[in-house]
Design a protein around this ligand. Sequence first.
Ligand code: CO
Length: 202
Amino acid sequence: MVLNPVMIDDFLSNYSLNGEILPVIKYPDIILSKKSALVESFDDHLVQHCKNMLFTMYQAPGIGLAAPQVGISKRFFVLDIDFDREEFTNSKGEVEFRYSGFSPQVYINPKILETQGEILYQEGCLSVPGVYEDVKRFEKIVVEYQDLLGQKQQLTAEGLLSICIQHETDHLNGVVFIEKLSSIKRNFYKKKLEKEKKRKVL
Ligand code: CO
């Protein structure tokens, strides 16, 4: 199916919170350590995947989600570093969330072309629940990617956006952020998460 550019633009600029919640694959799982394949067809399936991934990310909540984390071994991810989530109690006394300020972004077949500087930031990952650790990243990057229409785009990103793009691009290369930690910390978390995973199966 050939996509209408207006429809794609509308999807991202008038984003409304709907879609399907996808199960997020947890570390250590083989799919998270696989290198993903290039996206070749820019069709309505891809748009649907992105829509569901954004929905899953907002509900979690997270600021980025890569395709391998929902079991798709393809090179794309979604992110939003701007949205707000406010907790409130509805008339029935239940806790609900109010979302605002959406700025959904989709990166397909990203390539980091240039890097500059260093930044330390406490990262977390939807595939590694409960773990938050400082990771060293490039402060500024130039990234080339394709949009939902397959059109090439280039962007200079700094700070949190740069960190998020690097974290998600790592997922496409089979790298989870705890693998960037010192070997002591990495082994500690690996053992802990493997134990937790086993415990759930029993
Ligand atoms: Co992650």
